[in-house]
Design a protein around this ligand. Structure first.
Ligand SMILES: Nc1ncnc2c1ncn2[C@@H]1O[C@H](COP(=O)(O)OP(=O)(O)O)[C@@H](O)[C@H]1O
Ligand SMILES: [Mg+2]
Length: 368
């Protein structure tokens, strides 16, 4: 059994007894989408990643025609026939995978023969995966750089502030009453800056209180806070997967993170709240075999906060997680920076997908 020593997909496949689905179980551990098909196109097995990508269950996929999952079924049909008649060992091409409720996914298709006659293995490599991974890595590096910059800058501002305020107070005692208006401005502005700086430094100073966190408790808490502030015209819908397990984390930090996101959504919904048709949805799901940042995770929790507001303004779309970037009159631009920092302290990531009418902030947190 030389196949056991060589970790290639083809030999691994043939070295395991043919006894139904368990034969292919190892494919479920791959992030790549994999299907084992008969050369007439019938799916014998679809792995978990493919199931996820297609948005349908394995039971639905198995037994169906794999070529029908593509925008151009003929190419795969021909390729499979070629594999059946031993025309090649492996064939590669680019195609579009059709998905339920989603845009088609661009993939690189690899069709390979297996050692079982009449059977082929089809591997699909999402083309956007590479780009997405790079984007996420950039996001994390950027957040790290932001954090350092903020901390240093905040300290640089904080130090002289005390002096400025003190000097203004002394000056106020020396000069006549008619001029205290000016010294008051200095003192007031110094205090405002002090508050801002304290807020900038807060997330980095605060201890990480670790305990068991239930994500739905977090959502419920945020939901009641938001509804207390916006009692009319706003519906907050829950769509929970209650099988999500508790995980170790800082509950208060996560409440703050989700609250910042939900609060932004509610603010963006002002017009719809007035019209009485504003909606925010909290949706939780389990994601399997996900890659974000530079890490692969077997299980992760996905929390979507979705609103039906006007969307993030295009002018700041790429920068909303930066500190001090705000699209609102009087906004601090710190809400999302803080939320991202808190979620990253849980080794997670926040992503935003926004078009007018539907803004989706997705929190990803690895589960044990
Ligand atoms: N759900 C949303 N819909 C539309 N715009 C949003 C949404 N969430 C955030 N934004 C935009 O991102 C900006 C930055 O948000 P944030 O970091 O919380 O700062 P602030 O709320 O103080 O402006 C907001 O000012 C807003 O323009
Ligand atoms: Mg905000």
């Amino acid at each position: 059994m030389d196949g056991l020593n060589k970790p290639s997909i083809r030999t691994a496949l043939s070295s395991v007894p043919v006894s139904g689905i368990p034969r292919f179980q190892a494919f479920d551990l791959l992030a790549t989408l994999v299907a084992v098909v008969r050369t007439n196109g019938t799916v014998v097995f679809a792995n978990a990643a493919l199931e996820d990508a297609l948005g349908t269950s394995r039971r639905t996929i198995e037994g169906s025609q794999l070529p029908d999952c593509f925008t151009e079924p003929l190419i795969l049909q021909n390729a499979l026939e070629g594999a059946g008649s031993n025309e090649f060992a492996a064939l590669r091409y680019d195609a579009w995978l059709r998905r339920l409720n989603h845009e088609p996914l661009p993939v690189h298709v690899v069709v390979a023969q297996t050692d079982t006659p009449g059977e082929a293995i089809v591997e699909l490599l999402p083309l956007e995966q590479q780009a997405k991974q790079e984007r996420e890595e950039r996001l994390i590096d950027q957040a790290q750089a932001n954090k350092e910059l903020i901390r240093n800058l905040a300290h640089e501002i904080k130090n002289p502030l005390g002096g400025i305020r003190g000097a203004a107070q002394l000056l106020q005692m020396e000069i006549g009453k008619d001029l205290t208006e000016y010294t008051q401005v200095i003192i007031h502005e110094a205090d405002r800056l002090q508050t801002l700086v304290d807020r900038l430094l807060a997330p980095h100073r605060r201890p990480h209180l670790v305990g068991d966190v239930n994500i739905h408790e977090v959502c419920e808490r945020v939901r009641s806070l938001i509804l207390a502030e916006f009692p009319k015209g706003l519906k907050v819908t829950r769509d929970y997967d209650i099988s999500i397990p508790d995980f170790r984390g800082d509950r208060e930090q996560l409440i703050q993170a989700v609250l910042n996101i939900a609060h932004n959504a509610a603010q963006a919904l002002a017009e719809r709240i007035a019209a009485g048709n504003a909606q925010i949805t909290f949706r939780t799901r389990i994601a399997r075999q996900v890659t974000f940042g530079k890490q692969r995770y077997r299980l992760a929790l996905e929390l979507h906060v979705i609103d039906n507001g006007p969307g993030v303004p295009d002018s700041i779309k790429d920068r909303i997680f930066y500190p001090l970037v705000s699209g609102r009159e009087g906004g601090s631009g710190l809400g999302l920076t803080l939320a991202q920092t808190f979620v990253q302290q849980h080794h997670g990531l926040i992503e935003c997908d926004s078009v007018p009418g539907r803004t989706d902030f997705k929190l990803l947190i690895p589960l044990p």
